[in-house]
Design a protein around this ligand. Structure first.
Ligand SMILES: Cc1ncc(C[n+]2csc(CCOP(=O)(O)OP(=O)(O)O)c2C)c(N)n1
Length: 637
């Protein structure tokens, strides 16, 4: 039995010797590597926080003390130290452990949102709550990376924490110099200046020897630490910043020296007021493939870059072509240059690509400024992170009718990252924005086509949304209906029973549905509107020629494309039943994309069955018999 297998909870850590802790750290690293290379997951970040997490659980008393991981992708070590070793092999699998903290999994987990830069705000609120409720023996701990610290919310929180002088709050800045890529911006330069300063090693030694001489008691000792900090400040100017905000600062600390981190955390805990502990770590430590990975230190396995054949890559390739033709086109990413496929564009036109850090709101309003200045910005962002910048898209971009193109990667079901990563909101949110045009390409050819159409729009914003993963086969239109592509008309003497409108790749799912329904005598016209907002008015006329309209989208059902089609038909007095299929308006758990779609009923088989039933309700004769058979347990295959 390994030492790690004996750790059933944080209390089991507390009696371990220094040698045992070193052994434990090694066992944790082995398990992280063995598991994530099999299941996928965030390897680099977790390898970097092994000693830090051990120290946190030895110093603080979870769950009485509250530990908030910013983003939460670096909480695997925490999972292992809080009783989840035996289940760790199920990481990110359907029904298994989630890739982020999970309240359902453990009383030690608190925040599971996985969107960066929120930890300090949660911590501020928690610390204030415990004070008001008269629970002074609790400390709140937030762990935030230097990447997450580039998000505006973190700074709004710091500003408030600085004023909350009696909050028992310890903020640990886990500074490894990396976000996905090296962290960018003024703050990053500031922190980097500390790290690259030739005297840094000397300073670490200085802290080490001084701290080890310092007795471990109470607030006065903090004064000593603080004095050390002042000393550091003299030799290393950069970290005046936190102090100028009015926040007590301890550091920089070598985050792989467990004893040293523990000592600093004990002092911070006992100080009784907000303290920021600056810890320097190495992303990927202990796994040469990660340490030497110059793209992202194996932030994730498999790598999140835009692999050949993915939607992101198709987009990235087309951006390079557009960039050559259109010198006014510029690109913006919020810390996701490689995953969004923009890396090639940035390499080809370095002056026209901006990585703004984990700062989606800034990305969008900065794009508004670029557009006001005469350029056409393309903001490439994961669908789920656009939620952050809804207000900016609405008021800063759309209100001013600015030509900004949003490219929303990972739109719809994503998979193993779970509820907070499914891109199931943008299709509804964007329907709300006046003047916004939304394109949903069904295949690679349409990505290129619609992206080009989008950047041609000069009087308002546009969206191009596509899912995660590999792009499927290409399907050409057999006819045109306004701007809509007709992909299939009822064949073999079948009537025009169903008009199936599939948004994006769901149009291709519609083709499979049509095949299944044809076998049962139901004629289906399958169309791809290409643009899901505004809804093509030609659909109103087409609907009149059928007996049922069906919409299918990879987005939450509420207020999405389907609802927009139903509204169009009502507005045109087309008295036609409309069935809208999409994702249930719920927080959907993790699993593979196929597993989640299956559970949501968005597979050809489920759709065919439900459409058959709907047709049967409205038809006499053959179809009704087929449908009745289907509902009575003879599935429509
Ligand atoms: C709002 C938001 N935008 C983008 C992301 C994607 N993302 C996940 S982790 C990460 C980098 C985090 O860097 P850092 O906080 O320094 O942690 P590290 O991985 O280096 O430990 C990014 C950009 C996110 N989770 N949330």
């Amino acid at each position: 039995m390994t030492l790690l297998e004996c750790i059933k909870g944080p209390e089991d850590l507390k009696g371990l010797s220094h040698e045992q802790l070193t052994r434990l750290a090694g066992e944790i690293r082995d398990l992280l590597i063995e598991t994530t290379t099999r299941t996928s997951g965030h390897l680099g970040p977790n390898l970097g926080v092994v000693e830090l997490t051990i120290a946190i659980h030895r110093v603080f008393d979870s769950p009485k003390d509250k530990i908030v991981f910013d983003t939460g992708h670096q909480a695997y070590v925490h999972k292992l130290l809080t009783g989840r070793v035996a289940r760790f092999g199920t990481l990110r699998q359907r029904g298994g452990l989630t890739g982020y903290p999970s309240r359902a999994e453990s009383e030690h987990d608190l925040v599971e949102n996985s969107h960066a830069s929120t930890s300090l705000s949660y911590a501020d609120g928690l610390a204030k709550a415990y004070k008001l409720r008269g629970e002074p023996d609790r400390t709140v701990v937030a762990i935030i990376g230097d990447g997450a610290l580039t998000g505006g919310m973190a700074w709004e929180a710091l500003n408030n924490i600085a004023a909350a002088k009696d909050s028992r709050l310890v903020m640990i800045v886990n500074d490894n110099g990396w976000s996905y890529q090296p962290t960018i911006g003024g703050l990053a330069e500031h922190l980097a200046a500390i790290r690259v300063n030739p005297r840094y090693e000397h300073v670490l030694d200085y802290i080490k020897t001084t701290l080890s001489r310092t007795p471990l008691v109470g607030a006065p000792i903090y004064g000593t630490l603080h004095g050390i900090k002042k000393g550091i400040k003299d030799v290393l100017q950069p970290q005046v910043m936190f102090e100028d905000l009015g926040i007590k600062y301890v550091g920089p600390i070598d985050g792989h020296d467990e004893r040293l981190v523990e000592t600093a955390l004990r002092h911070a805990r006992d100080f009784g007021a907000p303290v920021l502990v600056h810890v320097i770590t190495r992303k990927g430590l202990g796994y040469p493939e990660a340490e030497q990975n110059t793209v992202d230190c194996l932030h994730q396995v498999p790598a999140a870059g835009a692999a050949p054949g993915t939607w992101s890559r198709v987009f990235g390739d087309e951006m390079v072509a557009i960039g050559a033709r259109r010198p006014d086109v510029v690109a913006i990413t919020a810390a996701m240059l490689h995953p969004t496929g923009l890396a090639q564009f940035a390499a080809a036109y370095p002056d026209r690509a901006y990585d703004v850090g984990i700062a989606e709101q800034h990305a969008v309003t900065s794009a508004a400024g670029l557009a006001m200045g005469g350029l056409h910005p393309v903001v490439a962002i994961y669908s789920t992170f656009l939620n952050r910048a809804f207000e900016q898209a609405l008021m800063d971009v759309a209100l001013h009718q600015l030509p900004v193109t949003f490219v929303l990667d990972r739109a719809g079901v994503t998979g193993p990252d779970g509820a907070s990563h499914h891109g199931m909101w943008d299709g509804s949110l964007m329907q709300l924005v006046p003047g916004m045009k939304v394109a949903a390409p069904r295949d690679a050819r349409r990505v290129a086509e619609l992206l080009n159409e989008a950047v041609e729009v000069s009087d308002g914003p546009t969206v191009v949304r596509f899912p995660k993963g590999k792009v499927g086969g290409e399907v050409e239109a057999v006819a045109k209906l306004g701007g809509t592509d007709v992909l299939r008309e009822p064949a073999g003497g079948l009537g025009a029973d169903v008009l199936l409108v599939g948004a994006g790749p769901m149009a291709l799912v519609g083709l499979e549905v049509a095949d299944r329904l044809a076998v049962h005598g139901i004629g289906v016209t399958v169309v791809d509107p290409r643009w899901t907002k505004p809804v093509d008015e030609a659909l109103a006329g087409a609907a009149r020629q059928h007996r049922l309209v069906v919409t299918v989208e990879d987005n939450g059902r509420a207020g999405g494309f389907g609802d927009a089609v139903a509204r169009l038909l009502r507005d045109h007095d087309v008295d036609m039943p409309v069935k809208t299929f999409g994702l249930p308006q719920e927080f959907l758990a993790h699993g593979t994309r196929d597993e989640v779609l299956e559970e949501a009923g968005l597979t050809p088989q489920h759709l065919a069955r439900q459409i058959t039933e709907a047709v049967a309700l409205r038809s006499p004769g053959d179809v009704r018999e087929t449908a009745t058979a289907a509902t009575e347990g003879h599935p429509v295959e």
